[in-house]
Ligand binder design. Structure first.
Ligand SMILES: Nc1ncnc2c1ncn2[C@@H]1O[C@H](COP(=O)(O)OP(=O)(O)OP(=O)(O)O)[C@@H](O)[C@H]1O
Ligand SMILES: [Mg+2]
Length: 224
């Protein structure tokens, strides 16, 4: 069994666009170690979000293999994939995907509630996590009552709360000002080192990429 938290081999994906099949990913290989921080750069439309969706098991690769924590998810049932997502992975989406009906605290606590933790214990941990992203004063606000950057920080707190093996983050600091981007970057660096969480971070920002251990570029369907 490999020690990689994420391992992709020869991953391919195409989409039909206006009657033409476009190869978006064309043999992507990637290995992420425990606690490793890797930036993925690439121009708009090159397939960065598509790749994260495949790694999350939210969509199927047409060819190639994807392993999460040594388990090949390629041919697994959607329920096993969902369970791997819930227990081993955290997500920060390009658009935050918070649940509108729930408060910031409840959104952050959600991954723990889904694992069966009591609301008292999960709220306590969620409160600690909101403290780390500087949002204690917003814990009872709903997403519609938060600014874009605050929502993004809630989404980051939610991704990190369950001590995942790996976090897939799509432009996690895209909506944040310099100060808050720094808060989030510090948290990513701290958690990758202390808790050995692996991070795959899609970004357009070279200064964020410079804080990762490695930078890969997605171009012409290939990651290198
Ligand atoms: N469900 C889909 N159906 C058809 N085409 C799609 C679908 N999802 C993505 N695409 C196409 O695949 C290509 C890659 O899209 P993707 O969202 O992965 O790009 P990206 O690198 O994340 O771009 P950005 O930096 O702008 O977020 C684009 O040309 C897009 O139009
Ligand atoms: Mg994208």
């Amino acid at each position: 069994m490999s020690d990689y938290v994420v391992e992709a081999k020869g991953v391919g994906k195409s989409f039909l666009q206006g009657g033409t099949r476009i190869n978006v990913l064309n043999g992507v290989n990637l290995s992420l170690n425990r606690g490793e921080r890797v930036a993925i750069l690439g121009r708009s439309g090159t397939g960065k979000s598509t790749l994260l969706h495949l790694l999350a098991g939210l969509d199927n690769a047409e060819i190639g293999d994807i392993k999460i924590g040594g388990v090949d998810i390629t041919n697994e049932s959607s329920s096993l994939r969902a369970s791997i997502r819930n227990t081993q992975m955290g997500f920060v989406y390009q658009f935050h995907h918070l649940l509108a009906e729930f408060t910031a605290l409840e959104n952050v606590a959600m991954p723990l509630r889904l694992r069966g933790m009591s609301s008292a214990s999960s709220n306590q941990l969620a409160f600690e996590m909101l403290k780390k992203v500087d949002l204690i004063g917003r814990s009872s606000h709903r997403p519609s009552e938060l600014s874009g950057g605050e929502r993004q920080r809630v989404a980051i707190a939610r991704a990190l709360i369950g001590d995942p093996l790996v976090v897939l983050a799509d432009e996690p600091t895209g909506n944040l000002d310099g100060y808050n981007a720094e808060v989030v970057l510090e948290l990513i660096c701290e958690l990758s080192e202390e808790k050995k969480i692996g991070f795959l971070v899609v970004t357009h920002d070279e200064s964020i990429a410079s804080r990762m251990h490695r930078t890969l570029v997605l171009a012409n369907g290939i990651l290198k």
